[in-house]
Design a protein around this ligand. Structure first.
Ligand code: NI
Ligand code: MN
Length: 232
């Protein structure tokens, strides 16, 4: 079970020949400038919303690899019309996949593409390789993060910390207190000037106030995830 951070909000999770790709903003991603974009063969693409810094290379990768895209209904239908094998869905139940499952959960944000409304934005909880992850998408903090955590018990959370469009450090610390994951990986910061922040300060704050460990990943870093088995 390997997590590969692709910069900004983009992640690839590799497990037993499957690749789960989230928010694949690769071409034009400032965090990857001057770097070779890794060749990715996604099994499934998970999308939190339609903004360009998340939709990214979804259409090309989905078509090239016939990878289904799980997204909120309006965005999924829009992708289908463009020839992608999408799975239009919405917040609530689990969507089973060959590698595990995904569940769309609320996020407080917006979702549009070139001025067209693309349905609700969301976060996504998913399980792969026996580990449960929560990618919050773009969002402010909200108290129902505690409900998402109670129902899904994510061990790893990917949380935006860059502010301006999403949570800043203060809000993201509160989110960690609500979610209580074993590990939090900060995302969606330093990519553009308005979202510059101090991830090391986030680490200090979280590790001073909670039992969660902070894993700061640079673009293209990989992490072999080994977490203790969860108690029943
Ligand atoms: Ni956004
Ligand atoms: Mn964004």
């Amino acid at each position: 079970m390997q997590v590969q951070f692709l910069g900004h909000s983009a992640l690839a999770l590799h497990h037993e020949g499957h690749t789960v790709l989230l928010d694949p903003f690769l071409s034009g991603n400032p965090a990857l400038q001057g770097r070779a974009i890794p060749a990715l063969k996604p099994t499934t693409i998970l999308l939190t919303h339609a903004h360009a810094d998340h939709l990214g290379d979804t259409e090309a990768l989905s078509k090239q690899h016939r990878a289904p895209v799980i997204a909120t209904y309006e965005l999924g239908v829009w992708l289908e019309k463009r020839g992608c094998p999408a799975i239009p869905a919405n917040m609530g139940g689990r969507i089973q996949q060959p590698w595990g499952w995904a569940r769309l959960v609320p996020a407080f944000h917006s979702s549009s593409c070139e001025g067209e409304y693309m349905g609700m934005p969301c976060g996504v909880v998913f399980e792969v390789g026996g580990v449960t992850f929560y990618h919050a998408g773009d969002t402010c903090v909200f108290s129902d993060m505690a409900l998402i955590a109670e129902l899904n018990r994510p061990q790893v959370a990917f949380l935006p910390i860059g502010g301006h469009f999403t949570m800043d450090l203060q809000e993201a610390l509160k989110a960690v207190e609500l979610i209580r994951p074993d590990v939090v990986v900060p995302i969606h910061y330093d990519t553009f000037p308005p979202i510059r922040t101090d991830a090391e300060e986030f680490r200090r704050q979280v590790e001073a106030h909670t039992f969660t460990r902070v894993r700061i990943m640079k673009a293209l870093d990989t992490w072999e995830v080994e977490l203790p088995a969860r108690q029943a």
